[in-house]
Design a protein around this ligand. Structure first.
Ligand code: HEM
Length: 454
């Protein structure tokens, strides 16, 4: 039974409509919480904010991260994203200081990568292209520089041979999803090709970890004085190559595709909404000028935070297309969720030990009783007076809340500002709407985001 339901979900997933199907299931049933028994296992799927808050924040200790540990283990071992208990606490303690305000306000380091991006787009001479591919490239180039001190440089012709694993990374993520959906049968999905891609990624990361471990302390100090390098800071805390590899890949996994996803969905919507594009452009020009080199210093961590309409647009993209669209916990003991029971669904429900609780963030962000009848529409203005509380949590909440939130918002804002300054005109060619989505550990556009920029 579990196998057949998984196959059915896999079918919708392969067609790119799994999230829509689940959203429709909630709407058709007129509920926010559905419970089922699947292969003797209790499963609860919920988009209710109170239930989500309970599973990831207030009742945090009653839940484990479940299948995620096994599904991600081949790629990230015991890294923060796949561990729990004392191991997770130690990881979080070690990594959290690396995301402080100074470390994430990295706007100057982004400009060279944006210049590479712009150069590639100009070469297209106004022809249409898939901007999602370019967002995946720029985010891996910037993340690798932040993490390893050397960029993959996928956007330049002098790309780094040791670091050509972007394709392998995408393919590995697809297999990890299959493993996730196969649940207890996850071992079925373990092809030679998958193992080869994992090796390719591990070898590339090992190269940089070994290099850092071989470098004398004073040299590391010298290098990280000019520019913050995550790996060099971690080496001061642990010299275990496996721990370093697992944590670096966790951060890469957590950070790279999520930010690229946010940008891709944002530009899909901007290319469909000329009014929003013009208004955003006006806001950006007013705050930061039109991109002349003597005005670039106007773009800072603080000034980006004050650019209200940009913030609304980013929030709206995160609302409609949360890059982590579903999240799972498994109850470690008998417990309760506050909503879903009683005649009107507003009483608590019993959650027996071992229940899989799937939090459907995609549907949580589209609740019509919170966002109104236009909940499925892209409307940045709604953020003028909106206080969605637990109906908006793209970065999660509670003890495992995203460590990279400011990092991601800084990077996405900077890239958006620079694109609108450099290319004032956009057109889109994405007839399929709502767009088909690949939704695994993170979400991306199945057919890409086809635009022209001039
Ligand atoms: C738009 C971009 C991003 C979104 C929407 C996002 C979302 C999330 C969410 C929902 C979680 C919680 C997962 C859970 O509760 O199980 C999370 C965790 C995490 N995120 Fe992000 N993230 C983004 C970008 C980043 C970036 C850029 C980094 C690092 C550079 C990062 C690093 C992490 C880490 C390390 C965790 C694990 C925290 C833990 O388990 O204690 N994220 N993220």
């Amino acid at each position: 039974m579990f196998f057949f339901i998984s196959l059915l979900l896999l079918k919708y997933s392969k067609q790119g409509f799994l999230l829509e199907k689940q959203l429709q299931d909630f709407r058709t049933a007129g509920t926010h919480t559905l419970a089922a028994k699947v292969f003797l296992r209790n499963v609860i799927i919920t988009c209710n904010g109170e239930n989500i808050k309970s599973s990831i924040a207030t009742q945090f200790n009653n839940y484990s991260i479940g299948f995620r540990m096994h599904a991600l283990e081949p790629l990230i071992g015991n890294g923060i994203f796949a561990s729990e208990g004392e191991r997770w606490k130690a990881s979080r303690e070690m990594l959290r200081p690396q995301f402080s305000r100074e470390q994430v306000s990295h706007v100057q380091t982004l400009e060279p990568h944006f210049k590479n991006f712009a150069r590639e787009i100009r070469k297209l001479n106004g022809k249409e292209f898939n901007i999602q591919d370019y967002f995946h490239k720029i985010t891996i180039d910037t993340s690798s520089e932040f993490l390893f001190g050397e960029s993959t440089n996928t956007l330049t012709s002098a790309s780094n041979d040791k670091f050509q694993f972007a394709d392998a990374f995408n393919k590995v993520q697809d297999t990890l999803t299959e493993k996730f959906m196969l649940g207890p049968l996850h071992w079925v999905s373990n092809s030679k090709e998958f193992q080869g891609h994992i090796k390719e990624i591990h070898d590339a990361v090992k190269f940089y970890v070994d290099k850092a471990l071989e470098t004398q302390e004073e040299k590391l100090q010298e290098r990280s004085q000019d520019n913050y390098i995550f790996l060099y800071e971690l080496v001061k805390k642990t010299r275990d190559p496996k721990v370093l590899q697992d944590e670096l890949l966790s951060i890469l996994l957590a950070g790279r595709n999520t930010t690229a996803g946010l940008l891709s969905f944002l530009f899909l919507e901007l290319s469909r909404n000329p009014r929003v594009w013009s208004k955003l452009k006006e806001d950006i020009y007013e705050s930061f000028g039109q991109g002349s080199s003597d005005e670039l210093e106007k773009i800072t961590f603080e000034s980006m935070k004050r650019c209200t309409y940009l913030k609304y647009c980013i929030n709206e993209a995160l609302r409609l297309y949360p890059p982590i669209s579903r999240n799972v916990r498994v109850s470690k003991k008998n417990t309760t969720l506050p909503r879903g029971g009683g005649k009107y669904g507003d009483s608590a429900i019993f959650v027996p030990k071992g229940t899989i609780v799937m939090m459907h963030i995609y549907s949580n962000h589209r609740q019509k009783d919170v966002y109104g009848e236009d909940a499925d529409e892209f409307n940045p203005e709604r953020w003028e007076n909106l206080k969605p509380g637990w109906a908006f949590m793209p970065f999660g909440s509670g003890p495992r809340i995203c460590l990279g939130q400011q990092f991601a918002l800084t990077e996405a804002s900077y890239i958006t500002i620079r694109i609108l300054q450099t290319f004032p005109h956009i057109t889109g060619n994405n007839p399929q709407y709502p767009p088909r989505k690949v939704s695994n550990a993170t979400m991306r556009l199945m057919d890409g985001c086809i635009v022209t920029l001039k």
